[in-house]
Ligand binder design. Structure first.
Ligand SMILES: [Zn+2]
Ligand SMILES: [Zn+2]
Length: 270
């Protein structure tokens, strides 16, 4: 199996050396993993959220060194998780073009000045109105996809929490996102962190994922591990859902080119 969403101690909110994630993945039978640490923020750099730009070359070197050192044991891809900030597309592109990334996860962690995925941002769920927040979130998501800067949408509905849910069905938005992803040749991430972070199910939810699958959008898999022990966490639930929706392949990347691999092939040889 693959896990394409792994962090590590390059940012302030994750723990563990990248080498520890590799050992954990091997011990759990993974055949391919990808690191996707947070790209330096192009607005308000913040070492808690993402490594600073001066550390990016060291991150790339470290992943490439691990890739080489573990050849024959496990395949390691050089990924990155990039925030989308409206109006800062060219700075983002400059950073992404400077390194030989295998894939780029595009992600929303901020809605205006609300860092909704952070521990500090949790309290604000109390005072935010889902009737306004979800439409705004989906607008941002569509803009992000339209930039063409990213290969995969990470945790596609991470705004969702236990009690914070859209007040109306988001089917239209799901279909629009699915169609944009298809048009851009992008994949959607099935991110199992939703289970342990209060959403109660994987990101995206079943309806959103089904809309993407119906449109023929490829799917990647990620645990969003911020500690080595979380590599591959809750993948059974993710694979069950993919099975239910009739998905038989997962998307892998090399130098930003997508190849779909049969899930059966991963499982048989895992
Ligand atoms: Zn993170
Ligand atoms: Zn993220």
């Amino acid at each position: 199996m693959i896990d394409y969403h792994l962090h590590g101690n390059f940012c302030g909110h994750a723990t563990g050396d990248l080498a520890e994630y590799v050992e954990e993945a091997i011990a759990k039978g993974f055949r391919e993993i990808g690191f996707s640490d947070h790209l330096p923020k192009v607005v308000d750099p913040d070492p808690y959220h993402a490594m600073l730009e001066k550390d990016l070359p060291r991150y790339v070197e470290k992943v490439l060194a691990l890739q080489k050192a573990n050849r024959g044991r496990i395949t390691i891809k050089l990924g990155i998780e990039a925030d989308y900030f409206v109006g800062h597309e060219s700075e983002t592109k400059r950073l992404l073009d400077s390194y030989p990334f295998d894939y780029v996860l595009g992600a929303l962690h901020f809605l205006g000045d609300w860092h909704f995925t952070s521990k500090q941002g949790l309290a604000r769920y109390e005072s935010e109105d889902p009737a306004e927040a979800f439409p705004k979130y989906f607008e941002m998501l569509k803009r992000m996809i339209s930039t063409g800067l990213f290969d995969v949408v990470a945790h596609p509905d991470a705004l969702r929490r236990g009690a914070f849910l859209p007040v109306r069905p988001m089917e239209k938005e799901h279909r629009e996102v699915a169609s944009l992803l298809k048009g851009k040749g992008m994949a959607i991430e099935l991110n199992t962190a939703g289970i342990r972070r209060g959403a109660g199910s994987v990101y995206p939810d079943r309806g959103f994922l089904a809309a993407c699958v119906a449109e023929g959008v490829p799917v990647t898999l990620g645990s969003d591990a911020h500690a080595p022990a979380d590599v591959g966490r809750d993948f059974e639930a993710g694979l069950d859902l993919l099975g239910d929706l009739g998905v038989t392949e997962v998307a892998t990347y090399e130098r930003r080119r997508l190849t779909e691999v049969s899930i059966g092939a991963w499982l048989d040889n895992a």
